[in-house]
Every structure is written in C-alpha cells, then in structure tokens.
Design a binder for this molecule. Structure first.
Ligand SMILES: [Zn+2]
Ligand SMILES: [Zn+2]
Length: 239
C-alpha cells in the first residue's frame, strides 16, 4: 500500500509550499488509486489525479466541496455525508455503513464515527490492504470506539489543527472541534500504535516555525514512545 499526502492544509486561510492544498490522502494498492477527501482546493483539479474512487470523511468545505461539479469516478460516503451533498451532481454514489468493512478497488475501508461536528458528522477510516493497516482521521475530538479502530494499526494519521491548545467547544450535549496532537499521541500510546503522522495542519504548523514546533512535538511523542512526523503536500510512503 502506498500513501501519498496530496494535501495537508486544514481549514485555515494561510497556505505555504509544504501545506498548500486541503487535506487529502491517496491510497494506492495494486494499480487502484483511492482518494480520501476532496476539499474546495481540489475543485477542477482532482480529475488530473485520475482517482479510481473517492471516499469522504465528512461534508465540511475543506473535505468535500471539491466535488461541487460532480466526479468522474464512484464516490463513497456515510449516509449522512451523502445527504448533505445531495445537490452535487455526483452520478455514482455509494453509502459506507459505519463499522462495516467495505472493499473499494481492492482496499478495505471501515468507517468509525468520530466526534467533530454536529451539522457535519465525521468518520475516521481504518484502511487495510494486504498486511498494511492504517487509521486516518483528519478532523476529530475523539474516536467513539478507539480500541477497535486502532487495534494493530501500523500508522495513526491524525488531526494537526492544534498541537497542545484545546480547540473544543460544547454545543448542548455534544462537542465540536479538534483535539490537540498531544492528546492523539496519548491515544497511540494507550493502544500500542508506534507511528503517527500529522496532517490537516493548522496555523501553529503552517504559520509558525515548523522546525521549532517539531522539536516540541518530538519531545511530546518521545514521552509516549511514538514516532511522529508532520506530513507535507506530496509526501509519500509505502507500507
Ligand atoms: Zn477539516
Ligand atoms: Zn471538519
């Protein structure tokens, strides 16, 4: 399985060469290319990547609005996300049921509900092919069934909207926002996941001194026995 971080920018104004495009991951396996998320930055552009299929985590602008004019391939999304995008002229739609492993072009995707937004509920995906298995959740406060989601996962790919500051608001009984990277690395430690990659980068990463910030991050990760990297647009790795 080869992972290409097509985009690593979160929902912020700023962009740099390393974090230019809205967060999206290309999962390639045996010639098939599945793109996870297609935000507004990709509108009119993603067709050039020739995806075999597109899978969506939620309907926020930085994850789904690139599909405003439709898609030349099948689009998979949880029911509620698909409903939110019902006006989009997407011809080949498929629903991914929560907690039901679904094979898409030879790679298995299992959607795990995550807390993030009330209006646009989100999922993270456990993605597996051959012996490779990752968990991808670009926007989240927490994973509802974290142990099942992260069991035997080689790499946790998580939300870089905030490093240590809390970015969570309460709306009635629900929470909305993003958990700090520090908290996500604690989950990795608890579930025995040894590698983490941070994507969906927020202003602390994109506008700050990335090297200095990374030194702090590495200290946090070392305390938790996790190997961490910050993804950048175009970063590629093979599992
Ligand atoms: Zn986002
Ligand atoms: Zn979001």
């Amino acid at each position: 399985m080869t992972l290409t971080f097509l985009g690593t920018r979160g929902e912020i104004e700023m962009r740099t060469r390393r974090h230019r495009m809205h967060t999206s991951l290309l999962v390639s396996y045996r010639g098939a290319r599945v793109m996870i998320d297609c935000g507004l930055d990709w509108l009119g552009k993603f067709q050039w990547l020739h995806p075999s299929a597109i899978v969506l985590t939620h309907a926020h602008p930085d994850h789904a609005w690139g599909l405003r004019n439709g898609a030349p391939c099948p689009v998979y999304a949880p029911e509620i996300t698909s409903q939110e995008l019902q006006r989009y002229p997407i011809k080949d739609r498929h629903v991914i049921k929560h907690r039901t492993p679904t094979k898409i072009c030879g790679t298995t995707f299992e959607a795990f509900p995550v807390e993030h937004s009330i209006l646009s509920p989100a999922v993270g995906y456990r993605v597996s092919a051959g012996r490779a298995c990752i968990f991808y959740a670009p926007d989240l406060i927490f994973i509802h069934d974290r142990s099942a989601a992260l069991r035997d996962v080689q790499i946790y790919i998580g939300d870089g909207a905030t490093m240590t500051r809390t970015f969570i608001r309460r709306r009635g009984k629900a929470l909305i926002g993003h958990s700090p990277v520090r908290t996500q690395l604690t989950w990795c430690q608890k579930e025995g996941v040894q590698r983490a990659i941070i994507t969906h980068c927020g202003s602390e990463i994109v506008t700050g001194d990335e090297r200095k910030m990374f030194a702090n991050l590495r200290a946090i990760a070392e305390e938790r026995d996790v190997d961490v990297r910050i993804a950048y647009d175009g970063m590629k790795l093979t599992l």
